[in-house]
Design a protein around this ligand. Structure first.
Ligand SMILES: [Zn+2]
Length: 335
């Protein structure tokens, strides 16, 4: 059985460095440091049993010899078992708690951009020390894992998929795999780390990863571009009603592009033009290599969202784009 599960994704790294898979608490702490497991101090001479803290959405545990100690807490074992997703036994036990934790983690990731930046860094720190052979075997094992998941997905009837623990929507499943491979094939340490983070994230959050997918591009750069948007419904409605109160802003780093961070899609076949060989946004027109359509590359055909594009509302202006990029360059300089 090959499913998108945190445990199976985490195993790829452990196999690469030939270590036995760490215990669940250590494993969650390794890839999602400080987000799920929190260290508490030992209680006098007694080691405390790990506990789940409902209010803080975290598991509190003491460390013993550098490793988290569960103290045989059944509840904690069941919660981590659901999150890791490869544990045998009753899948219903603490499923609800685990799903609340998934929702909470997704919420943290979409409201605080720095969280994903930190996760990217910590994954990269583990991948960088690989020697040539490890790097190769890790890469291949990721591809094989993705291929095996695809085969299983295609062959599993929908009603069986819906009975899985935390069933996945097709859109989320495909989004995760696409982003993972998109990054991997760039073949830098950072992009392989990014690809791996998508698998870990997708495995851990399952459907809740959809929120992360909608807000970040494959390299975890936030997609949203309204400066005052705080993501609340009130704010989003205000943007629809009074867009002039908003200013475009840009968060990407590819400042040498004419329109940095903008994803271009073919107007006829919707192919993602940025991925096409030799794509540049320097020319006024790009001929889609898939269908031959001549796409205009200009500020007034840039929209904040696909929806805005479909309705042809609120296009950006050259001035807005230039202003947003200049601001970003200024912020980068100050850093
Ligand atoms: Zn096309």
């Amino acid at each position: 059985m090959t499913e998108l599960r945190f445990g199976s994704a985490a195993k790829l790294y452990s196999s690469t460095i030939h270590e036995p898979l760490p215990n669940h608490l250590d494993l969650l702490d390794r890839w999602f440091p400080a987000l799920i497991v929190r260290e508490t101090k030992q209680d006098g001479t007694f080691r405390k049993e790990a506990e789940y803290n409902d209010r803080e959405f975290c598991i509190e545990a003491v460390k013993y010899n550098g490793s988290f100690y569960s103290g045989g807490s059944r509840r904690v074992a069941q919660i981590t078992g659901r999150l890791v997703g490869t544990a045998k036994g009753n899948q219903e036990k603490e499923r609800k708690t685990a799903s609340i934790l998934q929702k909470h983690l997704a919420e943290v990731m979409v409201t605080d951009f720095s969280v994903l930046t930190e996760l990217q860094k910590s994954v990269l720190e583990r991948i960088e020390p690989f020697n040539e052979a490890q790097r190769e075997s890790f890469y291949v094992s990721m591809l094989e894992y993705i291929e095996a998941m695809l085969v299983e997905w295609e062959n599993k009837p929908e009603y069986e998929r819906l009975e899985e623990l935390f069933p996945l929507d097709t859109e989320v499943f495909e989004g995760i795999l696409y982003n993972a491979v998109y990054q991997m094939v760039i073949q830098t340490d950072q992009s392989i780390a990014n690809g791996y983070l998508w698998l870990l994230l997708g495995g851990l959050l399952r459907n809740e990863a959809g929120r992360v997918l909608r807000l970040y591009d494959s390299s975890f750069i936030p997609i949203r571009r309204q400066s005052s948007e705080d993501g609340t419904l009130r704010d989003r409605l205000r943007y629809l009603i009074a867009p002039e109160q908003y200013e475009s802003f840009y968060e990407g780093d590819d400042l040498d592009m004419r329109y940095p961070g903008i994803e271009w899609y073919c107007d006829r076949c919707e192919a993602h033009l940025n991925e096409q060989e030799g794509f540049t946004d320097r020319d006024p027109i790009w001929v889609c290599t898939a269908c031959g359509y001549e796409n205009r590359i200009d500020a007034d055909v840039i929209y904040n969202s696909r929806e805005d594009y479909h309705h042809q509302v609120r296009p950006m202006t050259e001035e807005e784009v230039r202003h947003a990029v200049a601001e970003r360059a200024e912020i980068k300089k100050r850093k």
